[in-house]
Design a protein around this ligand. Structure first.
Ligand code: GRG
Length: 316
């Protein structure tokens, strides 16, 4: 653990757990047999999605949609969509061709259980499922806005782009292009994570705002979207700095995955570039920035303030 969890965070943790368990029910309901769907494919999709994750991105959808206080908002399909994208990214990231991991969320990785071919296809099916759920659950304009945001956040300029750059820094054969910088700076690292983990986090917040205003037949005002985006950028980086610190300081049992592997693989990390103490200070700074931004959204956004604090004090 990087910092002690305060009394308030204890309360927030129980809010988070309640929301996460509701998310699990919706995820399971979304992932049912459909005509033409092979049973083993559905099994692999459910195995990965329903494994015990924190549900950070769906919780961000829920908290952002709640921040505006509109009744009759239905954030659940958007919450499921971002988790489907996240689960697909984890399945693919764990493959031998990428990070080559055997353990995820405390269980054998998808390809260890179902084989590489089915794991790739389960990831593909979850990626497309996300857009199906958005398109069929919201009115056409809101559905299209959500799909566009999700495509931007998850795609080549967002999460996938960040993943490519991460692999390039690691020296994965064939990945480095002519745009690859010669020397790693903290700015490169921020930019990489802004896309690899930050983009989907920011998208989750935006989706929350879109579905919330859609309940009023409106689109969210630009200034609110900007505050949410800046908040997401700060918690996204804080989350990543903490993740890097946990890889150095954490324990395998609480992380539910192998730790210490970043250094082993020569990965570009915050503790690697800044050292452990500076990285901890950076995480706290980012958390404070995020909290200031969330406080501009009014009293209904208070859980977003607690969440920022929790993200830098988590142990998994
Ligand atoms: C393969 C296209 C593609 C993208 C992969 C997000 C990602 C991009 C890879 C995950 C690798 C990784 C360990 C990144 C560090 C931060 C991170 C996203 C951790 C996993 O997310 P959590 O902590 O996981 O929210 P849970 O299991 O709680 O959902």
């Amino acid at each position: 653990m990087l910092q002690k969890i305060s009394k308030d965070q204890d309360n927030f943790l129980s809010v988070w757990k309640t929301l996460a368990s509701k998310v699990d029910t919706h995820l399971s309901n979304c992932l049912q047999q459909q005509e033409g769907m092979p049973v083993r494919l559905l099994e692999a999709m459910r195995y990965s999605v329903l494994a015990p994750g924190k549900r950070l991105r769906p919780v961000l959808v829920l908290l952002a949609s709640n921040a505006f206080g509109f009744e009759n908002t239905n954030p659940w399909p958007a919450a499921c969509a971002v988790e489907f994208i996240h689960a697909y990214s984890l399945i693919h990231d764990d493959l031998p061709a990428m990070d080559d991991d055997d353990l995820r969320r405390g269980r054998p990785t998808c390809h260890k259980v179902y084989g590489e071919a089915l794991a790739i296809l389960a990831g593909d099916a979850l990626l497309t499922k996300a857009f199906e759920v958005l398109a069929k659950s919201y009115p056409p304009l809101a559905g299209a806005e959500c799909c566009l945001e999700l495509a931007k956040g998850a795609g080549a300029s967002g999460m996938v782009g960040g993943q490519v750059e991460d692999l390039a820094w690691e020296g994965k054969p064939g990945v480095r292009g002519e745009d690859h910088p010669k020397e790693a700076t903290i700015q490169h690292l921020k930019n990489l994570h802004d896309r690899k983990t930050g983009a989907l986090i920011r998208t989750s917040l935006k989706l929350g705002a879109i579905v919330s205003f859609a309940s009023q037949n409106r689109t969210p005002p630009e200034d609110l979207l900007q505050i949410l985006d800046n908040y997401g950028q700060n918690i996204g980086l804080a989350f990543q700095v903490t993740d890097d610190l946990l890889d150095v300081l954490g324990k395998c049992e609480s992380a539910g995955k192998r730790v210490g592997k970043d250094a082993q693989k020569g990965k570009l990390t915050y503790p690697g570039l800044l050292g452990i103490e500076q990285s901890k200070l950076l995480a706290v700074d980012l958390c404070k920035n995020a909290q200031n931004l969330a406080s501009q959204l009014g009293p209904n956004a208070a859980p977003l303030i607690d969440l920022a604090e929790y993200l830098v004090s988590r142990d998994h």
